[in-house]
Design a protein around this ligand. Structure first.
Ligand code: ADP
Ligand code: GLC
Length: 490
């Protein structure tokens, strides 16, 4: 019997409580699978004003917990609840978290005190571990928001009876966001000026949270093997390549799993009709109902493509925005876009339904049910990302038999197998050039396959639906990483 590990997740997002992207899905899913393997896991997140409590009722656990910041103490409170048996703790500190949004205000301006907010949260999370007397083996942190924890462990808690034995693992979900702030927050963060050097936290005179995390954590992971290779080169690493390369084999890629109890067309309660690869009738119903809902022509034999995405530069949707009008002019196809973010892109897509009535449907916003409908009702799914650490929607698409059209980068390349026209094998259509013309050509390739080689399209759908990217496999890798982190801990 393997040794039971005691693991603490410290993160800025976790479903179902607070989500802006896939990070929340990962932090929601991984602890449950670790618990199923017999390990003890707790999760700590900030108590934002916008926590989605749903049917969960938080309980006040600590009324005032002192946390050392700068030269004095801040006083936090702690609430707790359980999700499927996993304890989730919420750090309450109203000055920082009683405001709209997780990271920015309603006009997408990042909060100017984010360094202080997430520094305080991270330090409070470590204090909570001490106050709970939770003898943790591993602290697992995610992205820049919590990347200071490995440093705090080594600078402040190396000799502590609870935290002194605790190893750290940092997972990078997106290296473009590093948490870089003017140095005037450094005193408050309490990281010691001796660590304000170019091989620790200092970055062109500013403080870089992620850089410090890379230096101080015992092991570092990212969310796909290909992104791990990409981020070792300057093109993808946003300045972090030398530091990651310095860490050698302490940096590895582990592909995210997906939650097949939520994303499975055989049991999905959100979609109009369920289906499986043996009986695809339900998928035809889903397409018809989706076309009607989005005001499209109810054309069962016209290929329908979907997009569900944050509108951020990373996602390459400017390429699609450029290519889509030409695609709709030249090809017998339809397209549905769901997403929000960059106001310029919102405008580009919001105009499309009027320009192509009955052929293009757009919903600007966040809509979970519609995301499920799109996965189920479309024939193809477009993800032209400039970079993609892992990506979840293409994996959902595979399970729903909705063939992904993707740029061969990061996790997209690791999870989608290129269509081979001679054999009919593959699970999707990939391109490499980050150009609108490449999006146009590759969607065109999918459209021609749909019309001219329907037996290939259908066998690819069956192949895609049979692929599994389960958390079970990923967890086996994470457990190896946890053990390795413990071995490497000084
Ligand atoms: P990222 O985390 O970079 O945004 P991922 O593909 O890892 O990309 O995860 C995105 C997650 O957010 C998926 O669960 C996806 O379904 C969801 N999502 C993104 N935008 C929307 C939206 N507008 N409506 C509903 N779900 C969305
Ligand atoms: C980030 C990445 C995305 C990844 C997600 C979960 O948001 O952009 O590719 O799937 O984190 O790890």
């Amino acid at each position: 019997m393997e040794q039971v590990l005691r693991i603490v997740f410290i993160a800025s997002e976790c479903v179902p409580f607070a989500k802006t992207g896939g990070l929340a899905d990962v932090v929601g899913a991984l602890p449950r699978v670790l618990r199923d393997r017999g390990h003890e896991v707790i999760v700590i997140i900030p108590k934002y004003a916008e926590i989605q409590w749903g049917s969960y009722v938080p309980e006040r656990l600590l009324h005032s917990m002192g946390v050392w910041m700068g030269n004095g103490q801040e006083w936090c409170a702690v609430d707790g609840t359980h999700v499927d048996g996993t304890p989730i703790y919420f750090i309450e500190f109203d000055r920082f978290f009683q405001r709209p949004g997780l990271y920015h205000d309603s006009r997408f301006n990042d909060y100017s005190d984010n360094a202080l907010r997430f520094g305080l949260f991270t330090r409070a999370a470590l204090q909570l571990i001490i106050d709970l007397r939770f003898q943790a083996d591993i602290v697992h942190v995610h992205d820049w928001q919590t990347a200071l924890a490995p440093a705090y462990l080594k600078i402040w808690h190396w000799n502590h009876d609870i935290l002194g034995r605790c190893a750290s693992v940092l997972t990078i979900h997106n290296i473009a966001y590093q948490g870089v702030y003017p140095a005037d927050c450094y005193e408050y963060l309490g990281l010691q000026w001796s660590n304000f050097s170019s091989n620790r936290f200092e970055d062109h005179g500013r403080v870089n949270f992620l850089k410090g995390g890379i230096q101080f954590s015992d092991m570092i992971t990212t969310v796909s093997p290909k992104y791990a290779r990409e981020t070792r080169s300057p093109e993808f690493a946003h300045g972090m390549a030398p530091y990651l390369n310095d860490r050698g084999d302490a940096y590895v890629g582990i592909l995210n799993g997906v939650d097949y109890s939520t994303w499975n067309p055989e049991i999905d309660p959100l979609i109009p009709a369920v289906y499986s690869s043996d009986s695809m009738n339900g998928k035809r119903v889903c397409k018809e109902v989706l076309q009607r809902r989005m005001g499209l022509e109810e054309a069962p034999d016209v290929p329908l493509f979907g997009v569900v995405s944050r509108f951020a530069e990373q996602k390459g949707l400017h390429l699609l925005g450029e290519a889509l009008p030409l695609m709709l002019e030249k090809m017998q196809m339809q397209c549905i876009v769901l997403g929000s973010g960059d106001p310029r892109l919102e405008r580009v897509f919001a105009d499309m339904p009027a320009r192509f009535p009955g052929r293009c449907g757009v919903y600007i916003g966040y809509h979970d049910e519609l995301a499920h409908w799109i996965e189920a009702g479309c024939d193809g799914f477009i993800m032209p990302s400039i970079y993609e650490p892992c990506g979840l929607n293409q994996i959902y698409s595979l399970r729903y038999g909705t063939l992904p059209v993707v740029r061969a980068t990061g996790g997209l390349d690791d999870t989608v197998e290129q269509y081979d026209e001679s054999s009919g094998r593959g699970t999707g259509f990939k391109f490499t050039a980050p150009l609108a013309s490449a999006v146009f050509d590759t969607v065109g390739w999918a459209v021609s396959t749909y019309y001219d080689r329907p037996h290939h399209f259908q066998s690819m759908q069956r192949a895609a639906m049979s692929r599994r990217f389960s958390w079970d496999d990923s967890v086996t890798h994470y457990l190896e990483i946890y053990r390795e982190a413990r071995r490497r801990k000084p």
